[in-house]
Design a protein around this ligand. Structure first.
Ligand code: NAD
Length: 263
């Protein structure tokens, strides 16, 4: 019960397909650890599915629909949480969309869509959540970046946003420390989630097992356990940091397993 008595708002708590994405796993794990969880998503049915899974385990959760890129909705999600559970201790910004396009292929609309969804959602959710957290005596904000923040991919807009989230996290951490609000980030590597299922064929899986030192693709639960630590009081002296959860992918820098020795 590492989150006993806490109230969490997870934004992007559904999953793009059937199965368990990052927001769903975080919501379920937080509830298992004693938090009351508001599961917010642009897709209400998907948020409700997460809540159903939590309630089946005896946890406490509620679903709410909202678009985190709209200021009015972002405020409404925070108000809903405070009205229902009386306070707000933890905000997890999971919302994110992928785009695999390069400079020439990315249209202006695509650029705006990815930057708005991946960055503006964090800004607006945090802006509206912080006053509620201050009233609650402090809190923890967790943003989800990606290993794609650290290396060059052809995915221009996605990689740009995921790198920006890391410094956005630091800026917010320094700004909000005076209110006892900690802000941290998680950068997951390759995970078996519904989001990446369409691009995960056998060839790619075999290649990833070669370049990931731990020899396996992660799951949404790996992100969730990192989020649990950062949300809990165990991380009370941790703010402004990014926790990489990638099986060693970035550390190996693309070398295949067994080829670690360069000389
Ligand atoms: N899956 C991976 O391998 C992986 C790796 C690194 C980082 N990430 C990051 O993790 C996050 C979640 O990924 P996932 O695989 O769980 O994806 P997902 O698509 O399953 O979950 C994201 C959820 O956000 C919701 N959403 C989208 N736009 C929204 C909006 N404007 N307002 C409210 N909700 C909205 C979607 O409906 C969906 O339920 C993303 O930020 C992604 O970039 C994923």
């Amino acid at each position: 019960m590492r989150l006993d008595g806490k109230v969490a708002l997870v934004v992007g708590a559904g999953s793009i397909g059937s199965g368990v994405g990052n927001g769903r796993a975080i919501s379920i794990l937080f509830a298992r650890e004693g938090a009351r969880v508001v599961c917010a998503d642009i897709n209400f049915q998907s948020a409700e599915e997460t809540v159903k899974m939590i309630r089946e385990e005896g946890g406490e959760a509620a679903a709410v629909q909202g678009d985190a890129t709209k200021s009015g909705d972002a405020k409404r999600l925070v108000d809903f949480t405070v009205e229902l559970y009386g306070k707000l201790n933890i905000l997890v910004n999971v919302v994110g969309i992928a785009s695999g396009l390069g400079v020439l292929e990315t249209s202006e609309d695509e650029w705006d869509r990815v930057l708005t969804t991946n960055l503006k959602s964090i800004f607006l959710m945090s802006k509206h959540a912080v006053p509620a957290m201050i009233k609650s005596g402090g809190g923890a904000i967790i943003n989800i970046s990606s290993a794609a923040a650290f290396v060059a991919h052809p995915c221009l807009s996605y990689g740009t946003t995921k790198a920006a989230i890391i410094n956005m996290t630091r800026c917010m951490a320094v700004d909000l420390a005076k209110y006892n609000i900690r802000v941290n980030c998680i950068a997951p590597g390759f995970l078996d989630t519904p989001m990446v299922a369409p691009i995960m064929d056998d060839t790619r899986r075999a290649f990833l097992r070669q370049v990931i030192p731990l020899g396996k693709i992660g799951t949404a639960w790996d992100t969730a356990y990192a989020a649990l630590y950062l949300a809990s009081d165990e991380a009370s002296y941790v703010t402004g940091t990014t926790l990489i959860v990638d099986g060693g992918l970035l550390a190996a820098g693309g070398r295949r397993r067994g080829e670690e020795k360069l000389v």
